[in-house]
Ligand binder design. Structure first.
Ligand SMILES: *Cc1c(COP(=O)(O)O)cnc(C)c1O
Length: 379
């Protein structure tokens, strides 16, 4: 099976992990701060906080912005469930803003219309909006930021797909148009730490709160230790969301090849654009304002039933997938009261979307096979 995505581990990565294992600190050593520095430099953000998953990062990002009971968080329905679960962890309520069918990202005019509707009808306003850079293609962050200023909400970018991507010539994660950005290092994403995530921000206060929350809300500093060398203080209710040094070492090593990973993914995308252009499908968005990291390559099936194409390609050992089932369709969310077809554009997208293989280690021969099989099943 040619998977839709997979990690690429080389000898340097293995050596980096080995050297941590052979050392004294498997966790809470110097590799985590080193990895944080690598990522904050890479995306030009002032602070980076490493955690054990993007899910944890989203949770503590929400908490650091004060999300709690009685608050409202809005996100995109076309995402992994973690993008909205984070609000529920905080005791807040969640709601969904429909997508733009072409980009599959949160639609800025739908967001504006929903904000206007809520304001005009005295409905609760969102405290945080979480746009998701679907497949590695940046949302219209300038448009979202304009509304954030007008309607006074915070913005957390879910950039789980988008490390290495650019928007308006800046790295995604620089937080020019947001308060916090979150990355995932799950093996299926662009770079991996096996499990792992990172939050970047230009606000020292959010970074400090997230650092506390990832480790029980416990701190140690000179002032506290004046009361005794054993002393630490718990000032808030935190978690154990720490990344290990083993993971961070892998992250540092993987980061060195981020440029290479992105270049190869771009090459693969370019070949797909070239060889799939005459088929009865829609290709992913491509605009100069964004340089995608090409975490996913999502095509839309126009002339056939998507399920038939999915099954036919799986039978040919092409590991296609569907990203994503609209979150509000999940039984858990249905029980929260969302209707089955809550967002029309998300429904339209979901009916036809198919992720086809794209990853750094995919060879041209493998890609040719994917292209050939797609052409075959579509006739
Ligand atoms: C993968 C993913 C997450 C969760 O990442 P983990 O590191 O597995 O917790 C969140 N949001 C999106 C959009 C993702 O793709």
């Amino acid at each position: 099976m040619i998977p839709y995505g997979m990690q690429d581990i080389n000898q340097d990565d293995i050596d980096a992990v080995h050297s941590v294992l052979a050392g004294t600190h498997l966790t809470q050593g110097d590799k985590v701060p080193e990895f944080e520095k690598v990522i904050s430099d890479l995306v030009s953000a002032q602070h980076a906080v490493a955690v054990n998953s993007a899910t944890s990062a989203l949770h503590i990002a929400c908490l650091s912005l004060g999300v709690g009971k009685g608050d409202l968080v809005w996100t995109s329905p076309i995402s992994f469930v973690a993008s909205s679960n984070c609000a529920l962890y905080c005791g807040a309520q969640v709601d969904f803003v429909d997508i733009d069918y072409y980009t599959s990202n949160m639609c800025v005019s739908a967001l504006q219309a929903k904000l206007e509707h809520h304001r005009a009808n005295n409905l609760p306003m969102p405290k945080v909006v979480i746009p998701v850079h679907m497949a590695g293609y940046s949302c219209d962050m300038q448009g979202i930021k304009r509304l954030a200023d007008e309607y006074a909400f915070y913005v957390i970018e879910d950039a789980s797909h988008a490390i290495g991507a650019q928007y308006q010539n800046h790295a995604v994660g620089c937080c020019e148009f947001s308060d916090i950005t979150v990355f995932s290092f799950h093996p299926v994403k662009i770079i991996t730490t096996a499990e792992g995530g990172m939050a970047t921000t230009n606000h020292a206060k959010y970074a400090e709160t997230m650092r506390l929350l990832r480790s029980h809300g416990v701190e140690k500093n000179d002032k506290i230790q004046q009361q005794g060398g054993w002393c630490y203080e718990q000032s808030m209710l935190g978690f154990n969301y720490r990344m290990t040094d083993i993971q961070a070492a892998l992250g540092v090593s993987q980061s060195k090849r981020l440029g290479q990973f992105i270049n190869r993914r771009q090459e693969c995308a370019k070949r797909y654009f070239e060889y799939l252009q005459n088929l009865p499908i829609e290709l992913p968005p491509l605009e100069a304002i964004t340089i995608s990291s090409w975490h996913l390559f999502v095509i839309k099936i126009l002339n056939k039933d998507r399920r038939d194409i999915f099954e036919a390609l799986r039978k040919e050992r092409i590991g296609v997938h569907v990203h994503y089932i609209p979150i509000y369709k999940q039984p858990y969310y249905q029980r929260l009261g969302f209707s089955e077809n809550y967002c029309p554009q998300a429904e339209r997208y979901y009916a036809s979307a198919l992720s086809i293989p794209i990853f750094h280690a995919m060879t041209n021969d493998q890609q040719d096979e994917v292209i050939e099989k797609i052409a075959e099943v579509l006739v």
